[in-house]
Design a protein around this ligand. Structure first.
Ligand code: FAD
Length: 393
């Protein structure tokens, strides 16, 4: 096939905006279809935590490029990457989490990560967090956070600068053979709105529905997660508690905290967007305990993440000229800068290619699999020892 000239991207989240921008920068004429507003999907609900502390080759290479790009963009417009160490800890009495943490840190170090294990006292000396219940911590230096809304604003501007044509308010369906986009409601006698050389589905947790309708089901299951912002005075590190699988990061109002992963499949068009009372209560208590503060809830919300059977994302071609990028297990924001570049490069055949283990065609799309929560590892050797690759949100 010739290098695609006209490319449609479906979805203006962090991933769709980045791939649209990178395709246009590479010379393609790009139309970007977003049914609501840019960033109105899960990107607008993300905590914005980024790190490079992975224990697998492929994750490491993606994260390295993503972090490099995030840092190079920091300071452009309102987008700022706040360098903040990432402390992941296992509590006293949780021997399984302690061994998983030790093993993970060792493997991260083999991959050249700036990560070390530290005792509760060492962590308490260095950071303003409570550690009297901590058995062992890992500290990843190469980490931080950004406000996802500012990434969206930056990439909307960047896309406009390189000529991406926005179609905002258009929910679309996709067809293969030839790759086409149909604006929902515009289908008359099977007419398609537009035929493209390539179509990229970056519709987040809706990607399965979009591709299934085109005849190409993918192995993606949405699951619900929750987060809140609490007002308090906190200026410490990002913290992930492996024992109760909760996390927090500093926020201009105090702290952003989350956990609440429901290890069951959710329906992308019908789910509860408000946080549960139990989540708000437990998260405020957990964040208050760890940060030695007394946060009060400013706002709380729920969102959906996408799971795949082996916890690797689905990125690549599903049919001739039809591509997908989804299935992030809660890492889609931090990976978007690298994934956009890799996928655009693969489509335009002018740069690196997406790693093989991300090939969406490794699954038929009808697999039955469990949504795996937190540090629980699926029965799959490829993913063993990835305690930081959790469904962290
Ligand atoms: C509470 C929470 C906390 C999180 N924290 C982090 C974090 O700290 N770090 C991290 O890396 N990740 C985090 N995530 C995960 C992150 O939000 C996602 O992985 C990432 O935003 C996915 O981006 P995306 O562009 O693939 O999808 P989305 O941002 O969901 O974008 C998809 C877009 O497609 C549009 N769309 C859908 N269907 C159609 C259609 N038919 N036609 C046109 N448009 C369509 C939607 O409106 C949406 O705007 C978190 C998620 C949640 C919910």
């Amino acid at each position: 096939m010739d290098t695609p000239d006209r490319v449609a991207v479906v979805g203006a989240g962090a991933v769709g905006l980045t791939v649209a921008h990178d395709l246009a920068t590479g010379g393609a004429h790009v139309s970007l279809f977003e049914r609501d507003a840019p960033g109105s999907g899960m990107t607008g609900r993300a905590a914005g935590i980024c790190y490079d502390a992975y224990a697998e080759d492929i994750d490491v290479s993606v994260a390295d490029r993503a972090m490099e790009r995030i840092r190079s963009l920091s300071g452009t417009g309102e987008f700022i990457f706040h360098e903040t160490p990432y402390v992941f800890l296992a509590r006293e009495g949780d021997d399984a989490a302690v061994s998983a943490l030790e093993e993970a840190v060792e493997r991260m170090q083999v991959h050249g990560r700036e990560v070390s294990t530290e005792s509760a006292d060492e962590v308490a000396e260095r950071f303003p967090i409570r550690t009297d219940d901590v058995a062992l911590a890992g500290v990843a230096e190469n980490a931080g956070w950004a406000d996802p809304a500012t990434y969206v604003d930056l990439f909307v501007d960047n896309c406009e600068d390189v000529g991406v044509e926005f179609h905002v308010g258009d929910a679309v369906s996709v067809r293969a053979d030839p790759p086409s986009v149909v604006v929902d409601g515009d289908v008359v006698d099977d007419d398609v709105t537009d035929v493209f050389d390539a179509v990229v589905v970056a519709a987040g947790v809706h990607s399965r529905r979009v591709l299934e309708a085109a005849g190409y089901p993918i192995a993606l299951k949405p699951y619900r997660v929750q987060a809140l912002v609490g007002s308090c005075d906190y200026h410490g590190p990002i913290v992930y508690d492996a024992t109760d699988e909760s996390y927090l990061r500093p926020h201009p109002s105090g702290v952003l905290a989350g956990d609440g992963v429901e290890p069951v499949e959710a329906t992308p068009d019908e789910w509860d967007e408000t946080a549960d009372d139990w989540f708000v209560r437990d998260s405020l208590a957990a964040a208050g305990h760890r940060t030695n503060t007394d946060p009060s809830v400013e706002r709380a919300w729920a969102g959906l993440c996408g799971a795949t059977p082996d916890r690797n994302p689905l990125v690549g071609e599903v049919a001739d000229g039809v591509y997908v990028a989804c299935g992030w297990h809660g890492h889609g924001f931090m990976w978007a800068p690298a994934i956009g570049e890799l996928l655009a490069g693969e489509i335009l055949e002018n740069a690196g290619v997406v790693p093989d283990p991300f090939d969406p065609r490794r699954f038929d799309g009808d697999e039955s699999f469990a949504v795996v929560e937190g540090m629980t590892q699926p029965d799959d050797t490829e993913t063993e020892g990835r305690p930081n690759r959790t469904d962290r949100q």
